[in-house]
Ligand binder design. Structure first.
Ligand code: ZN
Length: 183
């Protein structure tokens, strides 16, 4: 229903504790629509509610990434929990809507198994490898305030901060809207 502004690191709202969603209300459905619109507007393949400043336990994964048909609505994960992480660890560049233009190589288990509530109120399980497994882990991290910069050393963290500050200042001057990140 609306594209909402993305909360960009180091905004402290990204570290806020998130609350469980008790039931699927119209408000939750409306939040879902806003997340869909925002994720597509910024060309992401995943988004967590906290990234638009709503500290609730909910994230979305693009349908194609989740192995569903193109044109299917993004998959909603509400109150998710990790059932298990397995497989050999893989290192891959990750992006994040809250770190526009930044990519960081992050090592994670290759396979993720999560349990969550869907938008229909039913509990489902999701298992995925490669991009899907990685995307679920990345979005799940957001719900506990864990971010890409928590995987890097202090020097790299400072570099990322500088680059984001510079990009924000440039954006201000040119209103240059270039977002091409994935989660
Ligand atoms: Zn992210």
């Amino acid at each position: 229903m609306a594209v909402r502004p993305i909360v960009v690191w180091p905004d402290s709202r990204l570290r806020e504790p998130t609350k469980a969603i008790a039931e699927i209300t119209d408000e939750v459905r409306s939040l879902y629509r806003d997340l869909v619109d925002t994720m597509y507007a910024y060309e992401g393949v995943g988004i967590a509610a906290i990234q638009i400043g709503v500290p609730l336990k909910m994230f979305l994964v693009d349908a194609r990434v989740a192995g569903q048909a193109e044109g299917t609505d993004p998959l909603a994960f509400i109150n998710p929990e990790v059932v298990g992480l397995s497989g050999s660890r893989q290192r891959m560049d990750e992006g994040c809507l809250s770190f526009p233009g930044i990519y960081v190589p992050i090592e994670r288990p290759g396979h993720a198994h999560l349990r969550a509530m869907g938008l229909d109120g039913k509990i489902f399980e999701a298992e995925g490898d490669e991009l899907y497994g990685r995307c679920m882990q990345h979005e799940f991290d957001h719900l506990s305030g864990k971010l890409m910069v928590d995987f890097v050393g202090p020097l790299k963290k400072r570099m990322i901060k500088k680059r984001l500050e510079k990009a924000a200042a440039d954006d201000h001057v040119h209103d240059d809207n270039c977002h091409h990140d994935h989660a």
